[in-house]
Design a protein around this ligand. Sequence first.
Ligand SMILES: Nc1ncnc2c1ncn2[C@@H]1O[C@H](COP(=O)(O)OP(=O)(O)OP(=O)(O)O)[C@@H](O)[C@H]1O
Ligand SMILES: Nc1ncnc2c1ncn2[C@@H]1O[C@H](COP(=O)(O)OP(=O)(O)OP(=O)(O)O)[C@@H](O)[C@H]1O
Lengths: 230, 230
Amino acid sequence: MKRFLVIGLGRFGMSLAETLYAEGAEVIAVDERADKVEEIKERVSHAVQLDGMDGEALKSVGANDVDAAIIAIGENLEASVVTTVILRELGLSEIIVRAYTEREKRILHLVGASRVIFIEQEMGRRLGKTYSGNAILDYIELTPTHSIVQWEVPKNLIDVSLGELNVTEKWGLNLFAIKKADGASKNFAWRKEQDRLIFNPDDAYCIEEGDVLILVGKNKELTRFTDQKK
Amino acid sequence: MKRFLVIGLGRFGMSLAETLYAEGAEVIAVDERADKVEEIKERVSHAVQLDGMDGEALKSVGANDVDAAIIAIGENLEASVVTTVILRELGLSEIIVRAYTEREKRILHLVGASRVIFIEQEMGRRLGKTYSGNAILDYIELTPTHSIVQWEVPKNLIDVSLGELNVTEKWGLNLFAIKKADGASKNFAWRKEQDRLIFNPDDAYCIEEGDVLILVGKNKELTRFTDQKK
Ligand SMILES: Nc1ncnc2c1ncn2[C@@H]1O[C@H](COP(=O)(O)OP(=O)(O)OP(=O)(O)O)[C@@H](O)[C@H]1O
Ligand SMILES: Nc1ncnc2c1ncn2[C@@H]1O[C@H](COP(=O)(O)OP(=O)(O)OP(=O)(O)O)[C@@H](O)[C@H]1O
């Protein structure tokens, strides 16, 4: 059972704390504002109003005993730095801190942060790749050269068989699975939730409207394929 | 060639605009601040200082001709609403707007935004799933019940063969590929960049330190497996 401390319950911190808890972790959520603490208390293990820079208060709620802490205070470098130092004094080694610039990152690492995250830049990169990617719904970078993408089939591919499409030999890609649209397909007897994914579909399978192909391969080849086929 | 308009070059907007351009799209990047425009101009097709609420100025830089616009203005609902309306007047239909609350989302949809995004909440959710997930480096949600995860092998699995691990029959998962750590493996002749991924590895393959397993399956089963195996 993993135990987390989240300091700062802005939109990011609150969403993070709730998600960790919903995923089965134990979560101590902390904010100096009473209204934030009140708002989240049913959705985490333990919500407490206190100042992240108050080492004694943190210790009293068991902060010294967590697997990792995430500092999600807003644009206040001093508070993030001091809180990092205090958590190090309490013996924590896994301290993830939200920051906004490269210089802040260097400073936080110097005072003991194990990881520094840039929320806005990260989302800009992710959405930039998604939107530029020709109906790519989501992508995961496997290596600097290879990715997995979820690609929505264009109208002109409906009724084309996988054998004709031939992603492997013609395009150098791996078709890992097909995700069916909700309630779709007259052809298969798999309309339940868990059957929406068809792993290793065979060459005779014919593409249907709303299908999402889960493709893997080199970034260049993925782009070339989705560019050609839109 | 996809063409985008990005209005607002804060950390999110700037990162988004640069990424779109780096991915091969044409990007018109707009901000009312000259320093932002100056900073990004080498990294997009066209950077212009102007007010997103100035319809004439937008038209003069070709804003009416883009495939999609992203409004990445900070916490200023009025500016986001007015800019959305102006873009609709210019004939755009794909207008993605950054917002911060559900009410703002409803308002923006009412005035014509096609998509509304919550950067902080989205990152909180993503990182919450990643951190709670037992050395899961990244995950992609395929359906509400199935995901793909990149999972770093724990020390106690080193030298275990895939046959012994038996993810498919014992755990109900699909091992889609193995990503090797940089410069790793004495056993294989594939140390070049593109060979870092082993697709459909066979049962005789023995796990090595730093390996990342790309696993797919039901969320419950992924959690159960990674929980057991850490
Ligand atoms: N020293 C501190 N101790 C505890 N909580 C703090 C401290 N300083 C700030 N906070 C809390 O951190 C939270 C996040 O800060 P703030 O709202 O300024 O950031 P934000 O950038 O708007 O957040 P987000 O972008 O995640 O919505 C606030 O709820 C605030 O009360
Ligand atoms: N009407 C407008 N027209 C053009 N640009 C605008 C307008 N209003 C604000 N901006 C620009 O939008 C950018 C983003 O706004 P701001 O910096 O307030 O948001 P932010 O929340 O700090 O951004 P981020 O979180 O992405 O760093 C700023 O560079 C600002 O100059």
